[in-house]
Write a protein that binds this ligand. Structure first.
Ligand SMILES: NC(=O)c1ccc[n+]([C@@H]2O[C@H](COP(=O)([O-])OP(=O)(O)OC[C@H]3O[C@@H](n4cnc5c(N)ncnc54)[C@H](OP(=O)(O)O)[C@@H]3O)[C@@H](O)[C@H]2O)c1
Length: 286
């Protein structure tokens, strides 16, 4: 059965230059979509998340920690995720997302296999990009499961960005098996600063547009540095709740803003299918 079309409820006219979507992708999305090229910073960053009505981003339950459980495996949400992957040069996640949603590979056709050939031809024939976006994982500790399918998917390039401590741990744990991925190291032993990560992605890997897929900890850091240009946020019509025993993360974690410095966004579009809402926000300049 064909996917119920996404209905556009509101759309601010956008002057973003670019080739736009293929007719089939445009029809499924209920309109066109183009991410701008970066202007003032090295990489244009579009974050993509789904939360419940009460703002929960993960049930934090074994096997049900990912965004799929939050959206109820909503087909349109999965399509939009595939679409954003197909529009970007790289997908970035933290190690918590790699392991928390084990088995997931961040390529368009993994999350929305129905349009596998369409995504592939769109990237290659229209955008002139490699078949898959580079998959990038950030880690400080270097505790990475290299048996994740991400590191063993044909035609998929992967990259781990870490610090010196993380690099030592990766070498110690994996030895020659580390050759399945590329690794880049920033100086020091603490967190990798998001701007350092973006500099590496642009200068060494030619990344201009990035899909930031989480998780909440990494998103908080990118927001704190003012590095999120757009936020694609699916609002799932579920309520997950929280308790002392189940301290489920919200959209961001490990980061708290004040009313005077809370990042603000403007609505670019609002779409719906069934009872899910798909909002596209643009960061408001400080
Ligand atoms: N609903 C959604 O849309 C959505 C989206 C994404 C994820 N999720 C879910 O959220 C959960 C994960 O949440 P999370 O906040 O833990 O995810 P996360 O941000 O992907 O991972 C956090 C971990 O990544 C590493 N890390 C993050 N930022 C770093 C930095 N700047 N430098 C170095 N290392 C860094 C750190 O671990 P190490 O140093 O130990 O490597 C950190 O503990 C999962 O269940 C996932 O499925 C939901």
């Amino acid at each position: 059965m064909a996917m119920q079309p996404i209905v556009t409820l509101f759309e601010r006219s956008s002057a973003a230059p670019g080739p736009g979507l293929s007719p089939r992708l445009k029809e499924a999305y209920g309109g066109d979509l183009c991410l701008p090229l970066p202007t003032s910073r090295p990489v244009y960053v579009a974050a993509n998340f789904v939360t419940t009505l009460d703002g929960v981003a993960s049930y934090q339950l074994p096997g049900q920690s990912g965004g799929g459980a939050i959206s109820g495996f909503n087909e349109q949400d999965q399509f939009i995720m595939g679409l954003l992957r197909s529009l970007t040069d790289a997908v970035l996640i933290g190690s918590g997302t790699l392991h928390g949603d084990a088995g997931h590979v961040r390529i368009p056709e993994f999350v929305y296999p129905r349009l596998r050939e369409e995504f592939r031809s769109f990237r290659q024939a229209i955008l002139h990009k490699p078949i898959h976006p580079l998959n990038v994982v950030i880690t400080g500790s270097g505790e990475i499961r290299l048996d994740e399918p991400t590191f063993h998917t044909p035609e998929l390039s992967t990259l781990i960005i870490t610090n010196e401590t993380g690099r030592r741990r990766l070498r110690r744990d994996h030895g020659d098996a580390l050759a399945v991925t590329q690794v880049r190291t920033v100086a020091g032993g603490g967190r990798v600063s998001p701007s350092d990560a973006l500099k590496i992605l642009r200068e060494e890997f030619g990344v201009e547009r990035l899909a930031l897929e989480g998780g909440p900890t990494l998103l908080g850091q990118f927001l704190a540095e003012g590095l999120v240009d757009e936020l694609f946020l699916t609002l799932s019509p579920h309520v997950a709740g929280r308790s002392e025993a189940d301290a489920r993360p919200g959209l961001i974690a490990q980061m708290a803003f004040l009313p005077e410095n809370a990042p603000r966004f403007d609505l670019l579009s609002l779409k719906m299918a069934h009872s899910h809402l798909y909002a596209r926000y643009q960061r408001r300049a400080a």
